[in-house]
Design a protein around this ligand. Structure first.
Ligand code: AMP
Length: 521
């Protein structure tokens, strides 16, 4: 089915409902949203964009981003959303790799992109080119897109190597939607879905959920994530729902503390995309209460592997933070979403029993069709019908999955696997530690040693002995960092994910800034 059908349906059912907002300001109702998308679809068709052609989007969140995606789908073309924070050269790589016929962008990037991607027609959404594409001709009929057709080419965030184009179909998107309603949140008409995170990624994928129930779609006026703006919108619009990466949740909580905001006007924050540490989610719930749900997914099975429900968060809160079972569950990524099935596989590719750590593999209707123009990468990711995620984890008896680390991030010291996440969790429970990332450094004696890269809370100091003593109260001796590196910030990619590869390149080979031999070999 064509994903633009959900917009058409909403426009027929609820033409007068406010649909698109720029900040707190209503821009279009559902009828207007559908008409604008239809007019752009007519313009795109007249400009020669044909079914199956790729149309990229390289710009910050805005209401016309959603309009453009709907127009692209209406005519059976493929949306290629590109993270707005990428460098123009990186964006040009994606345009070339996807063979994009057209790219919507803004005045800031149009000139550079036109020079870097001469094969692609660049449309500046702030300029006359875009206005000219909004045609007076009647909207073309919905293209008869099939369940297994390509509709969204999702470029991976590329924490290592070049990004790959994940081919997503209507069937993948439907699996995500069904699972969301079943496991994550019962979205309803009165909700205001704020695009706090990039529309090119998970936040954009969630547009369908809020189209289906005819809710409000809000593009922040800043075009991105600004904690104070989100808190203001909560007061102005009420019933805010949004997806946020854990780093955003942290920043939001810090901003809320500064203005004594307790989350009024926020209905649901769905977090995921990277590890949420136990100390951080407790802090967030202390500030905002039970407004959280977590998802674990990856582009290759969008937003759909597991979910930790709002109810699980509430249970952990009500049990008191010291209850061990609930703490473990709160630190997990929850249980399999209704639309997918996962297994924890051992090195022999056989499922492991509960408690044992292996690679997480997924199968079901949410799993991608494959990587665009990359059969070798597809064959290596999808084997025997299972998508191999590259994430390591263990499931408990009740089905809760705890992620450990990407397989390549596991540290092997003295022949023992050490999962950086555990060490990071331990260090984050110390009040001076604002951010931490733990990596391995090659060592002639141990194979690898544990190195903690730490960002301190502003205005605090710490010495290695204090943090080491703290680790001793939390984790086994052999897992303690043998070296600490003090940093102003952690290197992150455009989605806020910590770049361990870069950290390792910078600090995993040479000695740390404060090299310190703890003498516990
Ligand atoms: P991407 O395809 O860019 O969305 O990245 C997906 C990767 O992010 C996954 O393979 C995990 O390594 C990580 N990830 C996603 N969700 C979570 C989560 N809830 N907790 C920890 N890591 C996550």
């Amino acid at each position: 089915m064509n994903p633009a059908r959900w917009l058409e349906r909403a426009a027929l059912l609820w033409p007068d409902r406010p649909a698109l907002f720029r900040g707190a300001e209503p821009v279009l109702d559902y009828a207007g949203f559908n008409v604008r998308a239809g007019s752009l679809a007519a313009g795109l068709a007249a400009a020669g964009i044909a079914p199956g052609d790729r149309a990229a989007l390289f710009l910050a969140n805005r209401t016309d981003y959603l309009v453009a995606m709907q127009a692209v789908w209406r005519i059976g073309a493929v949306a290629v959303p590109v993270n707005a924070k990428l460098h123009e050269k990186e964006a040009a790589y994606i345009l070339g790799h996807s063979g994009a016929a057209l790219c919507f962008t803004d005045a800031d990037h149009a000139g550079d992109l036109a020079a870097l991607a001469p094969e692609t027609r660049i449309v500046d959404m702030d300029g006359p080119d875009f206005a000219a594409l909004i045609s007076d001709a009647p909207a073309p009929p919905l293209h008869p897109t099939a369940q297994n057709d390509l509709v969204w080419l999702f470029y991976t965030s590329g924490t290592t190597g070049r990004p790959k184009g994940v081919m997503l179909t209507p069937a993948n998107i439907q699996a995500m939607i069904m699972s969301y309603f079943a496991d994550v949140d019962a979205a309803v008409a009165g909700d205001a879905k704020v695009y706090a995170a990039p529309m090119s990624h998970g936040a954009g994928l969630y547009q369908f959920i809020y189209l289906i129930c005819g809710a409000r779609h809000v593009a922040p006026a800043s075009g991105g994530f600004d904690s104070d703006e989100i808190l203001d919108l909560a007061g102005q619009l009420n019933r805010l729902c949004f997806f946020a990466a854990p780093t955003m949740v942290r920043r939001l909580v810090a901003a809320a503390k500064a203005r004594s905001h307790r989350g009024e006007g926020i209905r649901t924050i769905v977090y995921g995309g990277g590890p949420m540490y136990l100390a951080d989610i407790r802090d967030a719930m202390d500030q905002f209460g039970p407004r959280f749900a977590q998802i674990y997914g990856q582009g290759e099975t969008p937003m759909t592997i597991t979910a930790l429900t709002r109810a699980a968060h509430v249970e952990a809160m009500e049990a008191g933070w010291d209850d061990a079972m609930h703490a473990r569950r709160l630190a997990s990524v929850g249980v399999a979403q209704a639309g997918s099935e996962f297994a924890v596989l051992g090195p022999d590719e056989k499922p492991l029993p509960p408690g044992e750590i292996g690679e997480i593999a997924v199968r079901g209707p949410s799993v991608m069709k494959g990587y665009w123009n990359d059969p070798a990468a597809t064959a290596s990711a999808i084997r025997d019908g299972w998508l191999h995620t590259g994430d390591m984890g263990a499931m408990d008896e009740a089905g809760f999955l705890t992620l450990h680390d990407r397989s390549k991030d596991v540290i092997i010291s003295g022949g023992t696997n050490i999962y950086p996440r555990e060490v990071e969790e331990a260090l984050l429970t110390h009040p001076v530690v604002a951010q931490v990332s733990v990596i391995g450094r090659p060592d002639p004696e141990w194979g690898e040693i544990v190195v903690a890269c730490v960002v301190l809370e502003p205005g605090t100091t710490a010495d290695v002995k204090t943090l080491d003593a703290h680790c001793l109260t939390q984790i086994a001796r052999f897992k303690r960092p043998k070296d600490y590196v003090w940093l102003e910030d952690l290197p992150k990619n455009a989605y806020g994910k910590v770049l361990k590869t870069e950290l390792r390149a910078q600090h995993g080979l040479a000695g740390g800034v404060a090299a310190f031999d703890l003498g516990h070999r």
